[in-house]
Design a binder for this molecule. Structure first.
Ligand SMILES: NC(=O)C1=CN([C@@H]2O[C@H](COP(=O)(O)OP(=O)(O)OC[C@H]3O[C@@H](n4cnc5c(N)ncnc54)[C@H](OP(=O)(O)O)[C@@H]3O)[C@@H](O)[C@H]2O)C=CC1
Ligand SMILES: Cc1cn([C@H]2C[C@H](O)[C@@H](COP(=O)(O)OP(=O)(O)O[C@H]3O[C@@H](C)C(=O)[C@@H](O)[C@H]3O)O2)c(=O)[nH]c1=O
Length: 138
């Protein structure tokens, strides 16, 4: 399971080389290392490989067209993984939340505790992953 990534979505616009090194080249190295020992790789990718103009949920058949450096670097990673290891599974997930790290749910809970009013984007739609794989309870 390959989950390591450069995940600072906005910051990646200013750190393109680093984002591509980690999310593109690095992901390929992990997949190649697994291939050398005959192990399949499950690689985590993102909805940001799409341009966001679609209506409804994306499918595996939809063409990726990233609009951000982060999305482009993750798409480069998908391609590097597929090339390096024929035994691969690439999961394009989004809105992952848990008690750990940074995520949308924790950000909103923190802001709601600190402020009387919060401003939230209204132009993003997502399907949070199953609690089975991203439980809020540890
Ligand atoms: N969070 C989300 O909603 C989504 C996440 N994803 C993908 O899921 C995966 C996990 O995301 P998430 O848990 O949120 O990310 P985090 O940023 O919380 O974790 C990323 C991990 O990658 C490690 N890492 C970063 N750079 C390197 C490097 N150069 N070498 C080795 N390890 C490195 C970090 O290590 P350290 O802690 O030591 O810095 C950290 O453990 C990523 O591939 C991400 O693109 C996809 C869609 C949605
Ligand atoms: C602080 C703040 C954020 N926001 C919004 C802006 C932005 O869209 C969103 C940021 O939440 P997140 O940190 O979950 O968003 P983001 O880092 O964009 O989330 C993602 O993580 C990466 C790694 C992925 O690959 C994606 O699939 C994705 O789910 O919150 C508000 O609307 N109001 C606020 O006050």
């Amino acid at each position: 399971m390959s989950a390591a990534a450069y995940t600072a979505v906005d910051q990646a616009e200013d750190e393109s080389d680093l984002a591509f090194a980690v999310n593109g080249i690095g992901a390929g190295h992990v997949a190649a290392a697994a291939a050398r020992i005959g192990v399949p790789v499950v690689h985590l990718s993102t909805d940001y490989v799409f341009d966001g103009s679609g209506e409804g949920a994306y499918s595996e058949e939809d063409e990726p067209a990233p609009r951000s450096v982060y999305g482009a670097s993750k798409l480069a990673g998908e391609r590097a993984v597929a090339k390096a290891n024929p035994r691969h599974l690439i999961l394009r997930t989004a809105w992952v939340h848990s008690p750990f790290g940074k995520n949308f749910v924790k950000t909103m809970l923190r802001l709601a505790a600190d402020r009387d009013e919060i401003t939230v984007v209204a132009d993003q739609w997502g399907i949070p992953p199953l609690r089975l794989i991203s439980p809020m309870q540890p």
